[in-house]
Structures are given as C-alpha cells and as structure tokens.
Design a protein around this ligand. Structure first.
Ligand code: UDP
Ligand code: MG
Length: 164
C-alpha cells in the first residue's frame, strides 16, 4: 500500500458546533497519523483556488461563502487545516468522512452523524477531505509549506497540476 498524505479541513459548521476534537478522534481511530496542523484565515483567493474545479457549478458562490465562514459568523474566516498520513490515507479518510451529501452518507460516518443539508440546499458536511491523489497533492501544497509538514512527501510539480 502506498503511503499517502491527505488534506482535511474542519469546515465552519464543524468548528462552530465544537466538533473539531470529535473529527480528530474519528481519524485517530481510523489509524491515520497527523503530520501537520494550523488555523488558517481563508481568503477569497484561497477558497476559489481550493475549489477551482467546481467554479462552474451553480453552488460555487455559496460554497465559497460557506468555506469562508460567512454562514457561521466566523469573523476571522478561520478553518483548522490538517494533513493526515498513512497507507491509503486518502480513501480511508474519505471513508471516515462519508458521502458528500450528509443525507446519503453512511449514518456512522462523520458526515452521516453530524452533517446537514440547509433549507437553501447547501451541504454542511463538517469537513473537507481530498478526493483523490491528484487533489491531495495539489491541496496539501496549496494549504501548507513543506516545512510546516513533519514529513512532506509531495513535490512542487504536482501543485501546478502537472503530471510527474
Ligand atoms: N456541495 C454542495 N452541493 C452540492 C455539491 C457540493 O453544497 O451539490 C459542497 C459541499 O460542501 C461539498 C463541497 O461543495 O463538500 C465540494 O464538493 P465535492 O463534490 O468536491 O464534494 P467533497 O469532495 O467535499 O465530498
Ligand atoms: Mg471534492
């Protein structure tokens, strides 16, 4: 199994509801190893870059507002950004997180247990977890400098979306 690293963000709903420790407990229990952590002010630019592949979706404008804490009164636009490492870490973190739509997520997953769909149709699903290796490589490098990660494994080339 390949050693992978994956980006996790505690989204504003998770932060505001006091679910940060719970999410980290679940990821610990899944056997994932924490190798980086910091609070980040999410600028409009960072939010748009993070979700750039979704920029033509109808939910994109509200997604940017959501990740910047505008629906949860987060004055500092803050999220907790984490990097987890392990064998097959990307898929294992997604498994612990559950499906994107909390109503369809396994009820025992983090999103199934604690996510909700707002009456406006926004998925408030507690955490972000990188979807695949290309996303993980790009996202870990977007949110963290190599020196902020205990054991960085991804190279700069992948951050620009280039094939290695
Ligand atoms: N999202 C939404 N409505 C949708 C699809 C996505 O509000 O119909 C939001 C949701 O917060 C999701 C994020 O956009 O987590 C990113 O979407 P993606 O398809 O990448 O899902 P994820 O990788 O987070 O499971
Ligand atoms: Mg995704």
């Amino acid at each position: 199994m390949p050693i992978e690293q994956t980006l996790v963000l505690i989204k504003p709903d998770g932060f505001k509801r006091g679910l940060t420790g719970l999410v980290m407990d679940r990821l610990d229990a899944a056997g994932l190893e924490l190798v980086a952590a910091k609070m980040v002010r999410v600028t409009e630019k960072l939010a748009r870059e993070h979700y750039r592949e979704l920029s033509d979706k109808p939910f994109f404008p509200n997604l940017i507002r959501y990740i910047r804490g505008e629906f949860h009164d987060l004055k500092q636009n803050q999220v907790l950004a984490l990097v987890y490492q392990g064998d097959n870490a990307i898929a294992r973190t997604r498994q612990a997180a559950g499906a994107t739509n909390p109503e369809q997520a396994d009820p025992r997953s983090i999103r199934g247990s604690f996510g909700r769909v707002t009456t406006q149709g926004q998925f408030e699903n507690v955490l972000h977890a990188s979807g695949n290796l290309a996303d993980a490589e790009r996202e870990v490098q977007l949110w963290f400098k190599p020196e902020e990660i205990l054991t960085p494994i991804y190279t700069a080339a992948a951050a620009n979306g280039k094939k290695k």
